[in-house]
Design a protein around this ligand. Sequence first.
Ligand SMILES: Cc1cc2nc3c(=O)[nH]c(=O)nc-3n(C[C@H](O)[C@H](O)[C@H](O)COP(=O)(O)OP(=O)(O)OC[C@H]3O[C@@H](n4cnc5c(N)ncnc54)[C@H](O)[C@@H]3O)c2cc1C
Length: 351
Amino acid sequence: MLDVTRVDLSRHTTLRLGGPPGSLSTATHQDEIVQMVRAATEPILVLAGGSNIVVADEGIPGTVVLLRSMGVSVQRDRDGDVLVTVEAGQPWDDVVALAVAEGLAGIECLSGIPGSAGATPIQNVGAYGQEVAETIAAVRVFDRSANAARDMAPTECRFAYRTSLFRHNDRYVVLAVTFRLKPAALSPPLRYSELARALDVDPGARAPLAEVRTAVLSLRGRKGMVLDPVDPDTYSVGSFFTNPVLDGAGFAALRARAAEVTGVDPAAWPAEDGSVKVSAAWLIERAGFGKGYTGGHRGVAVSGKHTLALTNRGTGTTVALLALAREIRDGVRKVFDVDLHPEPVFVGCAL
Ligand SMILES: Cc1cc2nc3c(=O)[nH]c(=O)nc-3n(C[C@H](O)[C@H](O)[C@H](O)COP(=O)(O)OP(=O)(O)OC[C@H]3O[C@@H](n4cnc5c(N)ncnc54)[C@H](O)[C@@H]3O)c2cc1C
């Protein structure tokens, strides 16, 4: 279906920012996605929920293929696991809600994340101690170089913290994703202490799936991390920066600097390989950019609920948002000598 009206992409992004594309086509099933991608004028942008993307105010050339393919199929595997295959355009939270309702464990901590199922492999979506790489069994892609569709095994996808083979790579269009879930009343051991506390259990304990989902939605809601059409604190891309991962020496240097500047240790999570993931929200806040900070940039602000989310207050522009993001990135570097890296994808603009 060809949409001939030139609409601003602000209608299709959770930031509510972005000008018009050259053209926009809406695909509602796999064959249509392939057909539209093959026929598209370069450059092509595959867009789904628009919840992890920053688009230039003046718009972008080329074709936007808007994914609206829906459908979920469920199959029991020989070993008792359940394989849930989801079309790329299906909203992700529908999948989590369905899994929890059907007593299928493995994605309950990922409740309330905006966007589509097909985008979850792109940055290996994660939250509250789970990430999709742990449950993805296969990713069906249209490989534009080979001009053919095929299934990719998880090892081929090169999943890592907030990234994969698919990120910043327009060779592959995800058509569908298959998740391997376990029939279980309880979640896998809870890794995230804030979530365990909310459920009144010890970290490492298990909890009923529905209770985990409710607790995650409530925690996320308080941080403005669940979309709410009347709350500008949610007109964002979620976390604007990823949590920096430092090696042992880098973290020791940061601790020394943090002791000097703040008198306390940075919020951080050590990994088994000796690296340490540092809370970007902690760095931003302690560098002087608290909740609600605007820096005088018009119409944009740090969320009033979470320092890691940069928001459009309704009258912002991409130019203003990027200026605020640059100020924060440069401020954190100046105070703590740590580089923050952006999480969203930038189209027609750069940080
Ligand atoms: C309030 C809020 C909270 C959030 N919380 C989290 C969180 O807790 N954890 C987390 O990981 N993320 C979070 N995010 C970010 C975002 O929700 C996820 O990255 C989500 O997976 C993006 O899905 P989307 O459909 O909106 O992708 P889009 O924004 O439409 O696209 C993002 C990128 O993926 C590409 N893409 C999308 N679909 C496909 C496809 N089928 N094939 C190929 N490329 C594709 C696009 O071209 C673009 O480069 C949050 C965002 C918001 C607004």
